[in-house]
Design a protein around this ligand. Structure first.
Ligand SMILES: O=P([O-])([O-])O[C@@H]1[C@H](O)[C@H](O)[C@@H](O)[C@H](O)[C@H]1O
Ligand SMILES: [Mg+2]
Length: 289
């Protein structure tokens, strides 16, 4: 019976629903990109936000609340947190949402923009859905059940030789000279290992899908947020990849930093070159004004 299957697989319905909502959200973003986009800024003059980010987050969270009930599920959404909602992962079923990952791309018409929806229970990520809406590619993965792009199983690359790899990194939105210097110093060292190439799509979510499909060997960044990487973390892991902290320790979703790679050999080789700088944790206590 459906009751029994629900009991055996309690989050399948949520997973399927997330895919539907992500597709719907992506359609809204695609349409919005066809007309004029009004841009505001957040943490810095290059940290962009648009009405579409806010509208799409409302659509996603609204649909999820309607389906799963307000009190029982928690929500961490990029634009809700920007407006002062808490960003703390508890044991409760929690949705982690980036309505528009790659807002700068969206504003400029650079063709990589993604909707990222992840779901965690007991602080463990259960599934992740990333809809790369301009390419019309639906990436998804459930814990223990493999990773897919448009219903085809995906796998990380089997390259172990760093000299034969492509690595992705991003610059983020903090442009303080000391941090930018470390970012470029790291990139220079990696480029000169040498690797085949350095890339960046402008969205962390899409970057992680590129690791998952084997198009690149690794993606790392300091300064990202949990909503940029939560869905991607499940997709990379289920595609056979690994996640680590930039210091080689275990991956921590709220730490604002991460290395995702096809295997541990590549991950640890990259980690050797990373110049770490500080980024305040996503779950740091909000400072009283
Ligand atoms: O602001 P947003 O476009 O949702 O997310 C950004 C993108 O993922 C970008 O690739 C990464 O470099 C930034 O750190 C993120 O903030
Ligand atoms: Mg983002």
């Amino acid at each position: 019976t459906s009751y029994r299957s629900t009991m055996e697989d309690p989050w399948q319905k949520a997973y399927d629903f997330a895919v539907t909502v992500a597709r719907k959200a992506g359609e809204v973003i695609r349409k919005a990109g066809e007309s004029e986009i009004k841009v505001s800024t957040k943490s810095s003059t290059v940290d962009l936000v648009t009405k579409t980010d806010e509208r799409v987050e409302k659509i996603i969270i609204g649909s999820l609340k309607e389906e799963f009930g307000e009190g029982t599920h928690c929500f961490i959404g990029e634009e809700s947190v920007a407006k002062g909602e808490p960003c703390i992962l508890t044991h409760k079923p929690t949705w982690i949402i980036d309505p528009v990952d790659g807002t700068t791309n969206f504003v400029h018409g650079f063709p990589f923009v993604a909707v990222s929806i992840a779901f965690a229970v007991n602080k463990q990520l259960e599934f992740g859905v990333i809809y790369s809406c301009l390419e019309d590619k639906m990436y998804k993965a459930r814990n223990g059940k493999g990773a897919y792009c448009d219903d085809e199983l995906i796998q990380v690359s089997d390259v172990k030789d760093i000299n034969k790899s492509i690595i992705i990194s991003e610059h983020g939105t903090d442009r303080s000279p000391e941090k930018v210097k470390k970012i470029f110093s790291t990139m220079q060292k990696i480029l000169c290992i040498p690797v085949h190439g350095l890339r960046g799509s402008g969205t962390a979510a899409t970057n992680m899908c590129l690791v998952a499909t084997g198009a690149v060997e690794a993606f790392f960044e300091i300064g990202i947020h949990c909503w940029d990487i939560a869905a991607g973390a499940v997709i990379v892991k289920e595609a056979g990849g690994v996640l680590l902290d930039v210091d080689g320790g275990p991956f921590d979703l709220m730490s604002r930093r991460m290395v995702s790679a096809n295997n541990e050999v590549i991950a640890r080789r990259i980690i050797k070159e990373i110049e770490i700088f500080s980024a305040e944790r996503d779950d740091a206590p909000i400072q009283k004004k």
